[in-house]
Design a protein around this ligand. Structure first.
Ligand SMILES: *[C@@H]1O[C@H](CO)[C@@H](O)[C@H](O)[C@H]1NC(C)=O
Length: 506
């Protein structure tokens, strides 16, 4: 036995590391584990107890079959009524924290703070208190895509007054919940809000006003984020003692060939540098490459000024440094190329014409139910180390990562995805990346936006045929529970999936 042990030790050190990885890897001591959801995707009760209409209510009611299965979030997981079961699931998993979002139109039915909806506030108080009873830390997203419809009617994120509207709403949230909530996220995925909602038609409000609306949205959203940050920083941080950041969707972009390296880096700058650079870089502001390219194209196209709004020097300073942490939602990677065919490839003007490159995924990459969800764990590692290098190693929380299927309790593909991506994250931690926590998307199946209930991301399966919206743990729930319990990634762990229990006292 001893001889075997010694002979293993003299093998090359790289081989030693590889072997260790194939077995068990430890997470850092202070690392926290959670799971994430969003209000519109789980709550239901869309018009109950005084809640008013938001842009997803409007879209799904006015144009039901814009959603793949013609469904909506009217009932969704009914978490508005079943929140105790949700907390019970968090306890079954042994989560350290739970990330959820507040519904603006549930708390402020007029969109403004002139009328605070007691019942809406009570719902979130009940959820938070139920979690804290079991030492589960709330991580609260203020805005996860469900803008009050009235504000959309006034231009939504293209109206600069939204900076004040959002700030007023944020202040109400800090006031109501900040005594117990110590992790705040202002916005979830600005790119999806602005590009998909305003520059394309793949999320509400589906404006599809290309080359202008998405940039107006971006500037206003960053200013609104910064204003909420400064309010927290100046009025609440001292008494409440929490932290506040923002969550960006950040994918990785590979260059197709060596000739495309510049195009791939520019794709990074457009796709998430657009939001990261103003907040996390040393100089702030939109990335220089975006400013130059969009200004040049705008001039050539006959616009009176750049389609990308400018930040004044004061605004650059206002936004720069306005986050205590960098929240990352990461799912997959892409490939980028640029050649002569670009000239006719994209609509003019448009965001992708401004970037002047094509972004796609390899059909050879393995993928989940969501077509975009190609399994490329190395891209996660590259992303995390790139963020460390570009922005002076900011504290990071992985606020979403996960995998879709079409349902079923035995989800070995999801388990493999989680293990591969956590392994890549541990590689980044070994490289010195300051990653402090990880939230699986999602605690339970939910309304997956334009894909309705077809694509399932849950650790728990939800039965949408049952009035009780019965939740059942998938095999991945048992595996995640073991990771959280042991603080270790063990590739060979096979769970006994007979019965899910709550383990007290860890
Ligand atoms: C541009 O690159 C793409 C992807 O490699 C290729 O399919 C296309 O034929 C190229 N077009 C030109 C004009 O070089």
């Amino acid at each position: 036995m001893l001889t075997i042990f010694l002979s293993v030790l003299v093998l090359s050190s790289t081989h030693q590391i590889k072997k260790a990885r194939d077995n068990v890897r430890k997470f850092p001591d202070e690392f926290i584990f959670g799971a994430a959801t969003a209000s519109y995707q789980i709550e239901g009760a869309w018009d109950e107890d005084g809640k008013s209409e938001n842009i997803w209510d409007r879209l799904t009611h006015a144009d039901p079959c814009s959603i793949t299965d013609c469904s909506n979030g009217d009932i969704a997981d009914d978490s508005y009524h079943l929140y105790k079961r949700d907390v019970e699931m968090m306890r079954e998993l042994g989560l350290d924290f739970y990330r959820f979002s507040l519904s603006w139109s549930r708390i402020l039915p007029t969109s403004f703070p002139d009328k605070i909806n007691e019942a809406g506030v009570q719902y979130y108080n009940n959820l938070i208190d139920e979690m804290l009873k079991y030492n589960i830390e709330p991580m609260v997203t203020l805005y996860h895509w469900d803008l009050p419809q009235k504000l959309q009617d006034m231009g939504g994120w293209t109206n600069p007054y939204i900076v004040d509207w959002f700030a007023d709403y944020a202040r109400v949230a800090f006031e109501m919940f900040g005594d117990r909530v110590k992790y705040w996220i202002t916005m979830n995925e600005p790119r999806e809000i602005c590009y998909q909602g305003y520059g394309a038609n793949t999320k509400a409000p589906r404006l599809n006003i290309k080359g202008t609306a998405e940039y107006m949205c971006a500037k206003n959203l960053l200013m609104a984020h910064a204003k909420a940050y400064h309010i927290y920083n100046e009025e609440y941080r001292f008494s409440q003692g929490g932290i506040i950041g923002i969550t960006l969707s950040a994918n990785w972009y590979y260059s197709e060939t060596e000739a495309d390296i510049e195009a791939a880096e520019e794709a990074v700058q457009f796709e998430w540098g657009q939001y990261a650079n103003p907040i996390f870089s040393e100089k702030g502001d939109f990335p220089p490459v975006m400013k130059e390219k969009i200004a040049a194209k705008s001039a050539a196209q006959g616009f009176a000024r750049s389609r990308l709004p400018e930040f004044t020097p004061e605004e650059v300073e206002y936004v720069r440094g306005s986050a205590d942490f960098f929240g990352i939602n990461h799912y997959s990677s892409y490939i980028v190329y640029r050649n002569e065919s670009m000239a006719t490839y994209h609509e003019v003007p448009s965001y992708y014409d401004d970037l002047n490159a094509v972004i796609y995924q390899s059909s050879e990459w393995e993928h989940g139910a969501s077509d975009f969800l190609k399994v490329v764990p190395e891209g996660f590692y590259k992303l995390l180390t790139d963020i460390k290098q570009k922005y002076n190693n900011p504290p990071i929380y992985i606020t979403e990562n996960g995998y879709s299927t079409y349902g079923g309790l035995v989800d070995d593909d999801r388990i493999a995805y989680y293990r591969k991506y956590m392994d890549a994250m541990l590689d980044a931690i070994d490289e010195g990346c300051d990653i402090r926590g990880y939230a699986a998307w999602s605690l339970l199946d939910n309304f997956e936006w334009m894909e309705g209930y077809l694509e399932r991301f849950g650790l728990y399966e939800v039965d949408y045929e049952s009035p009780e919206r019965t939740r059942t743990p998938r095999k991945s729930a048992f595996v995640y529970k073991q990771i959280v319990r042991t603080r270790e990634l063990d590739w060979h762990y096979e769970p006994d999936t007979d019965v899910m229990t709550i383990d007290e006292g860890y």
